[in-house]
Ligand binder design. Structure first.
Ligand SMILES: [Zn+2]
Length: 87
């Protein structure tokens, strides 16, 4: 697994490129991996790992994202950091 700074960088990129929303999810589930690719790091989610599933209500319906637990933590970190100054 990549280091946390790398995951945070990937999460930041995903937010900036619009791959992942920057707002709080409308629903969140945890469960066994679904085999889909993680929205942050792009790696598959094996069944033996915990997967975080995020759902966002959109105008056109529902957007779903699947993330590793650590990738979710990195996304949450980048998302909530907001405009806080950091050097
Ligand atoms: Zn991941």
């Amino acid at each position: 697994m990549p280091d946390e700074p790398i995951l945070r960088e990937k999460a930041r990129e995903a937010i900036q490129s619009g791959k992942l929303p920057a707002r709080r999810s409308d629903r969140m589930f945890g469960g066994p991996g679904s085999g889909q690719r993680c929205a942050v790091c792009g790696k598959p989610l094996p069944r033996e790992e915990v997967e975080i599933e995020l759902e966002f209500n959109q105008r056109h319906g529902l957007d779903q994202y699947h993330l590793h637990h650590r990738c979710y933590a990195a996304w949450e970190f980048e998302r909530t950091k907001g405009g806080a100054a950091h050097s």
